[in-house]
Ligand binder design. Structure first.
Ligand code: NAD
Length: 439
C-alpha cells in the first residue's frame, strides 16, 4: 500500500521503516531538513538498536522528504506520529498534531485514512476529524482512525515487528478494514475498538506502568527503613501471575518522553472533566521525589558537594537510547553543580545530546574509568550494560573515596562485602556504611 508518515521521531521513523520492511511503499515526512537529509542517505537520526540495519535493507521502499504535499497527495493511509509534548499546565500540546492535520487536509487528492499514532487525549480524534473536514481542499473522503503506539525506546523495532497488540480505534468499518490490511503481515493480536477507547487504552496502559514503578519505588524506600531487600521482595512478588515480574525494578524513577507527560496529561484531563485520578497523581508525586533520591543519600556522606569530584554514570533516561527527555540526570547534574561539585559524566550514547544542553563546566569522559578516577563519590543514574559488567574492584582502586550510590541496582550486594567500597543502592541495605558515614 502507499503510505505516508508525518514525523520521523522514535515512533514515526520506526513505524515507517517497519511498514516498508513489511512490503509497503512508505514516504516519511518531517519538517526538519537536517534529519531528512540524514535519513535520505540511509542514516538514522536517532539511536535505536536494529533500526539502521532495517532502514538500509528497506531503502527501496522508503523515501524521506519535507515536501508534505507530494507525500500526502495520493497516499492511501497517512500516519501522524508527531510529538505531543507537555504544556506548562500538564495538558498535552496538540499544536504539532493540528499542523500535520492541516497539511494533510490541504494536500490529499484521493480517499484516504488518517491514522493518529501520536498519544492524544481522549476525544482528540473526533476533533481532528472535524478539523480536517473543515480544512480539506479537495472533494475526497477522509477517514480518521486511532492507532496508538506501545513501543519502548531501546526495543522499538522489535516492539513494532512483534507488537503485543495492535489497537485500532474507529467509528466505522472501512478504516478498520484498511488498517487490518496495513498490518496484514504483522503477527500480533488486532483489537478493533471505539476511537475514544483506543485513546484511553494508550493513556491507561502507560499510566498503569508508571504507577507500578512509583509503587515499587515507595516499597523500596520502606524496605530501606525496615531492613528488607527490595530485590528479594520483587522476586517473590513477580511469581504471582496477577502481578508479573515486569516494571517492578526499583530505582530513581521513570523518565523519558512518555510516562511523565502521559501521567500529567491524564491527571489534567481528569481534573478538566471534574474527575479525580488520585492514583496517578500519587504516581507523579512519588516520581518527582524519587529522582532526587541519590542526591539526598549523598548528604549522608558529605554535607555539601563543594569542590568534590562527582562521577555520574549514565545520563539517558534508560539504557538503549540517546533520549534525555525527563531523565533524572537533567535535574541532578545542575543540582550538583550549583552545590559546587566538579561533575564528570560518562554515557555511551547520550553524551552528545547532554553536551548540547550542558556545554560548559562538565567534564565529559570516554570511559567509566576516566569518570571515576580520583572521584569522591559516584552516582549511577542509568543501568547501561557497561556499568553492570564493570569490574567493581576498580571503584576501590581508582576513586579517591569509593562511595558508590547506585540508582538502578546494577550490582549484587554480596559483590561489595569484602571490599572497601561503600555501596548504597535503592531498597537494600548499605554495604560498608561505616567507612564513610559521618567521617
Ligand atoms: P519525537 O519528538 O521524537 O518526534 C517527532 C517528530 O515530528 C520530529 O522529528 C519533528 O520534527 C516532527 N514533526 C513535527 N511537526 C511535523 C509536521 N507537521 N510534519 C512532519 N513532521 C513533523 O516524538 P516521538 O517520541 O516519536 O513521539 C511521537 C508521539 O508518539 C508522541 O505523541 C508520543 O507520546 C508517542 N509515543 C512515543 C513513544 C516513545 O517511546 N517515544 C512511544 C509510544 C508513543
Amino acid at each position: 500500500m502507499k503510505i505516508a508518515v508525518a514525523g520521523t521521531g522514535y515512533v514515526g521513523l520506526v513505524t515507517g521503516v517497519c511498514l516498508a520492511h513489511k512490503g509497503h511503499q512508505v514516504t516519511c515526512v518531517d519538517i526538519n531538513e537536517e534529519k531528512v537529509a540524514m535519513m535520505s542517505r540511509g542514516e538514522s537520526p536517532i539511536y535505536e538498536p536494529g533500526l539502521p540495519e532495517l532502514m538500509k535493507e528497506s531503502m527501496e521502499s522508503l523515501c524521506f522528504t519535507t515536501d508534505y504535499r507530494t507525500a500526502y497527495r495520493d497516499a492511501e493511509v497517512i500516519f501522524i506520529g508527531v510529538g505531543t509534548p507537555e504544556k506548562s499546565d500538564g495538558s498535552a500540546n496538540l499544536a504539532y498534531v493540528y499542523e500535520a492535520a492541516k497539511q494533510i487536509a490541504q494536500s490529499v487528492e484521493r480517499d484516504c485514512v488518517v491514522v493518529l499514532k501520536s498519544t492524544v487525549p481522549i476525544g482528540t480524534n473526533d476533533k481532528i476529524e472535524s478539523y480536517i473536514h473543515d480544512k480539506q481542499v479537495n472533494d475526497v473522503k477522509i477517514y480518521v482512525a486511532s492507532n496508538p503506539e506501545f513501543l519502548s525506546q531501546g526495543t522499538a523495532v522489535r516492539d513494532t515487528l512483534c507488537a503485543s497488540r495492535i489497537v485500532i480505534g474507529v467509528t466505522e468499518d472501512h478504516p478498520a478494514e484498511i488498517l487490518k490490511k496495513v498490518y496484514e503481515n504483522f503477527d500480533a493480536p488486532k483489537l478493533v475498538v471505539a476511537r475514544r477507547s483506543a485513546e484511553m487504552i494508550k493513556y491507561a496502559s502507560n499510566d498503569f506502568l508508571a504507577l507500578k514503578i512509583s509503587y515499587i519505588n515507595e516499597v523500596a524506600n520502606l524496605c530501606e527503613t525496615v531492613g528488607a531487600n527490595i530485590e528479594e521482595v520483587t522476586e517473590g512478588m513477580g511469581f504471582d501471575e496477577r502481578i508479573g515480574k515486569k516494571f517492578l525494578r526499583a530505582g530513581i524513577g521513570y523518565g523519558g518522553s512518555c510516562f511523565p507527560k502521559d501521567t500529567k496529561a491524564l491527571n489534567w484531563l481528569a481534573n478538566f472533566n471534574d474527575n479525580e485520578i488520585r492514583t496517578i497523581r500519587a504516581a507523579i508525586e512519588v516520581n518527582e521525589n524519587q529522582k532526587f533520591k541519590l542526591v539526598k543519600k549523598a548528604k549522608k556522606y558529605y554535607g555539601d558537594f563543594l569542590f568534590l569530584n562527582v562521577a555520574v554514570l549514565g545520563c539517558t533516561f534508560k539504557p538503549g537510547t540517546d533520549d534525555l527527555r525527563e531523565a533524572p540526570s537533567l535535574v541532578n547534574v545542575p543540582l550538583l553543580m550549583e552545590d559546587g561539585a566538579h561533575v564528570r559524566v560518562w554515557d555511551p550514547v547520550g553524551e552528545e545530546n547532554f553536551k548540547k544542553l550542558f556545554p560548559k563546566k562538565i567534564q565529559y569522559c570516554s570511559s567509566i574509568e576516566e569518570a571515576i578516577s580520583g572521584a569522591d563519590i559516584c552516582l549511577i543514574l542509568t543501568e547501561w550494560d557497561e556499568v553492570k559488567n564493570f569490574d567493581i574492584r576498580k571503584y576501590e582502586t581508582l576513586m579517591k573515596k569509593p562511595i558508590v550510590l547506585d540508582g538502578r541496582n546494577c550490582y549484587r550486594l554480596e559483590d561489595f562485602e569484602n571490599t572497601k567500597i561503600t555501596y548504597d543502592s535503592i531498597g537494600r541495605k548499605t554495604i560498608n556504611p561505616e567507612l564513610y558515614i559521618g567521617k
